[in-house]
Design a protein around this ligand. Sequence first.
Ligand SMILES: [Ca+2]
Ligand SMILES: [Ca+2]
Length: 341
Amino acid sequence: MGRAWAVVVAVTLLAGQCWAGTIVVTSEADSGPGTLREAITHANGSSGADLITFHTDLTTRTIIPTTWLPPLIDSGTTVDGDLNDDGAPDILISGEGTASMNGLRIHGHPQLEGCTIRGLALIDFNDYAIKIYKSWNNVVEGCNFGVDRSGTNVRRNADADIKVAESSDNLIGGEGPLTRNVFAVAQEGILMQSSSRIKIWGNYFGIARDGTALASGGWNAVRGYTVRDCRIGGSRSGRRNVFGGLLSGISLYGENSKRNVISGNYFGLAPDGNTTMPIDGTCVQVSSGPHHNTIGGSTRATRNVFGAARVGVLLGERAQSATACEATISAPMPPGQANAH
Ligand SMILES: [Ca+2]
Ligand SMILES: [Ca+2]
């Protein structure tokens, strides 16, 4: 084929998934044969669900794009950088090559669906590390955002780690450690706009994959404007998100932000549920118009746990009347601080 990357045209079966083709990235260069750029271009141009994976030589190198990578525009494309299937990224992509650039994009049109980004460490992007736009039924799992492959060395992206806009039914994380994303948290960890049925499950924000604290300084872990029917956490323990060492946890805004459920999460705590990792500001803020959202629940499994934080839940202007709020406070509070409810 005259290409350094191998294209397996025959149908490949991997972990129960049926791929039209498997493309192996073999070069960390920006462009040319064997690069991620060529792999994406090929997956976009060939019909069917393609798998883009990486040669093991790249587990010690860094891919540094110097111009925007092409977006994923063909349904069913998977980019998989977790080469040993342990749930942690083995491939590092840095945005240090240019001043303003997104990392990977799932991008384009309402018919685009079913893409997966897995096992990548995405650092040093000045714009979004991943952007999902006008697309549905996609998955982002097993990635590090603003943290390199070591899992502890913080090199933040500057804007949102993930932006989801005008999209629905996307899953960020999953159930348990094999699908967990780790966010150092940039301006936002996850920024959602005009989107619905987004599931944010099982992620760590401000916390390393091993449960220890990352460098402090992250801003807003999750921020949503005009979002509907989203699920942040859940009653199963594997869906618990953990927020620690940040300025703020979750914020929801907008008149049409409704029917979202924030449940079963830890705030201001390590994953052990006991060690404090303070939230400097507010854990959950709902303001400027959202209605019929639920924070917590009536069962122990659905309650959020608030540890060290300046404010637990803040229901702001026009958000009080229709927002159910149940929570439990079980961890020690620093002297002089208190949750707001
Ligand atoms: Ca394809
Ligand atoms: Ca791995």
